[in-house]
Design a protein. Structure first.
Length: 255
């Protein structure tokens, strides 16, 4: 499987077009703004706790700064990841190069994995740049590394799920805007689907709660690395890639 050439081509397209630069800039500006406000509030609370020992016992930099930051980053990703994935196959279809690409001596799976890994690499770069924030925190206060590591593992898995959904949506249309909106719609549905679990109750309530992206991400943010949460994200990634592969194969048969 010739994945590497596809991966290099996609990474080159990301950074020779405005996509990567715009997404990285918007992501870092918004994440930085969230971090500044959360950390400023924690600093103010720390100063007030100096005069209130009872309040000081409840202050924890990991729970007060890093956990809210991880939650806020996941919201940013919900909005930005459709922009990362929208062009992967939609642009190929619009330009008419998808047929040429699928006639190369490269398996559909190699094309898919190469494009997916390129988007995942860009996303990993986005996350790596946010490591500056815990670096700043640890300079001023003692940080619990366990919840921080699990929080980032959760963000990586969640991002991988977002990308898999986005790749599938991009394979269905030649319009990048439609691909982006479709991706956002699916992800938003998975985001809010657990909100009605308490009202539904019973087996269906548990099913809706299990399908919720928020339900599984919260455990990572709390420092809990549960196998069921990891399996949940991996299942969605595999399902998204499988459906995309079927979409590509259908395109090949249609000629």
């Amino acid at each position: 499987m010739r994945i590497w050439p596809i991966f290099k081509k996609e990474m080159r397209l990301y950074f020779t077009s405005p996509v990567a630069h715009v997404v990285l800039t918007i992501f870092l500006v918004i994440a930085g703004w969230f971090f500044y406000n959360i950390f400023a509030f924690f600093t103010l609370a720390s100063m007030q706790s100096a005069m209130n020992p009872a309040m000081a016992r409840d202050l924890n930099v990991t729970d007060s700064v890093m956990r809210p930051l991880v939650s806020n980053i996941s919201v940013i990703l919900l909005l930005l990841m459709p922009l990362v994935t929208m062009r992967l196959f939609a642009e190929e279809r619009r330009a008419g190069t998808i047929e040429l690409l699928l006639t190369y001596p490269v398996r559909d799976g190699a094309v898919l994995i190469g494009k997916y890994l390129a988007a995942l690499a860009l996303y990993a770069l986005m996350l790596a740049l946010t490591l500056l924030y815990p670096g700043i925190v640890v300079y001023f206060a003692r940080l619990e590394w366990g919840p921080l590591v699990t929080g980032y593992v959760g963000l990586l898995l969640m991002g991988g799920t977002f990308i898999a959904v986005g790749v599938f949506a991009s394979s269905l249309t030649e319009n990048q805007i439609v691909a982006s909106i479709t991706t956002f719609g699916i992800l938003l549905l998975l985001w809010v689907i657990g909100w009605s679990a308490d009202y539904v109750g019973g087996v269906w309530g548990r099913v809706l709660q299990h399908l919720s992206l928020l339900e599984h991400n919260d455990n990572f943010a709390k420092g809990v690395l549960d196998t069921k949460d990891v399996v949940y994200y991996l299942n969605f990634i595999v399902l998204g890639l499988f459906l995309t592969l079927r979409s590509l194969e259908a395109r090949r048969w249609k000629g």
